[in-house]
Design a protein around this ligand. Structure first.
Ligand code: NAP
Length: 248
């Protein structure tokens, strides 16, 4: 059976590493992005040059109509979806909780939580054996922030990841008997550009000493865990969590 994967927010960082690894595992890959078409197309070209299949689709996954269009494009251009990675995630400038505006909360929760619900809905409709689907796997990308809380940095972001964890548990049970496994990866401090959005591009290097393994992680180390949870090696795992965080 042809394996088709959609990875949200995959033009760079952990999503891009996951797209490259999935292509190497034989998946036809849909790379989703918000603004950086050039980066997404370059990633597609890299996958195609290595003999893989990839498309890039611009869509704001916090927007219901965009999500519906994104999934229709996957249907039409790649075929039946067999795997979804909800990877998109944003954070904003570091601050205390009292400084978080309602508008910021809405932005963070829309991208980090609502998008995960919207994409899970579209995926389950296609995958569920209850509606004639062939089954599938979903991996949600949360964060160790869900249990650490990100005090004085971004409690809104940490709380959004707590919601992702609960979504994983609830949906996994809802569809466990319909051929769909739903699992979650919680990265620790990983070298990507997300930290610049919080106002500190060098945040991972500064915090390496609090990590028991004394170093930040690479996006590829998260991609390995995601591919494990998508693959046959985890066939009895659903509603479970892999913390990939050097012990943090
Ligand atoms: P990143 O480097 O900042 O990349 C974010 C990606 O999301 C980009 O491809 C961006 O596309 C896309 N994006 C942003 N908003 C979008 C939207 N509304 N719709 C569609 N795409 C959108 O992020 P990352 O560090 O790889 O993080 C990936 C995931 O891991 C996130 O869920 C994050 O919370 C989680 N995580 C990361 C770390 C870490 O230390 N890096 C730790 C724990 C958890 P454009 O470039 O086009 O804007």
């Amino acid at each position: 059976m042809k394996e088709v994967i959609l990875i949200t927010g995959s033009s760079r960082g952990i999503g891009a590493a996951t797209a490259l690894l999935a292509a190497r595992h034989g998946y036809a890959v849909c790379i989703n992005y918000l603004r950086d078409a050039q980066a997404a197309e370059a990633l597609c070209a890299q996958i195609r040059a290595a003999g893989g299949e990839a498309i890039a689709v611009q869509a704001d996954v916090g927007d219901e109509a965009d999500v519906a269009r994104l999934f229709r494009e996957v249907d039409a251009r790649l075929g039946t979806l067999t795997a979804l990675v909800n990877n998109v995630g944003v954070l904003e400038q570091k601050c205390r909780l009292t400084e978080i505006s309602a508008a910021r909360l809405e932005r963070v929760l829309r991208t980090n939580v609502i998008s995960y619900f919207l994409c899970c809905q579209q995926a389950v409709r296609r995958m569920s054996s209850a509606t004639g689907g062939q089954g599938g796997r979903i991996v949600n990308v949360s964060s160790v922030a869900a249990r650490r809380g990100s005090a004085n940095e971004y409690v809104d972001y940490a709380a959004s990841k707590g919601a992702v964890d609960t979504l994983t548990i609830g949906l996994a049970k809802e569809v466990a008997n319909e051929g769909i496994r739903v699992n979650c990866v919680r990265p620790g401090l990983i070298y990507t550009e997300i930290h610049a959005s919080g106002g500190e591009p060098e945040r991972v290097a500064r915090l390496e000493s609090i990590v028991p393994m004394q170093r930040g992680g690479r996006p590829e180390e998260i991609a390995d865990a995601i591919l494990y949870l998508l693959g046959p090696g985890s066939s009895y795992a659903t509603g479970t969590f892999l913390d990939i965080s050097g012990g943090l």
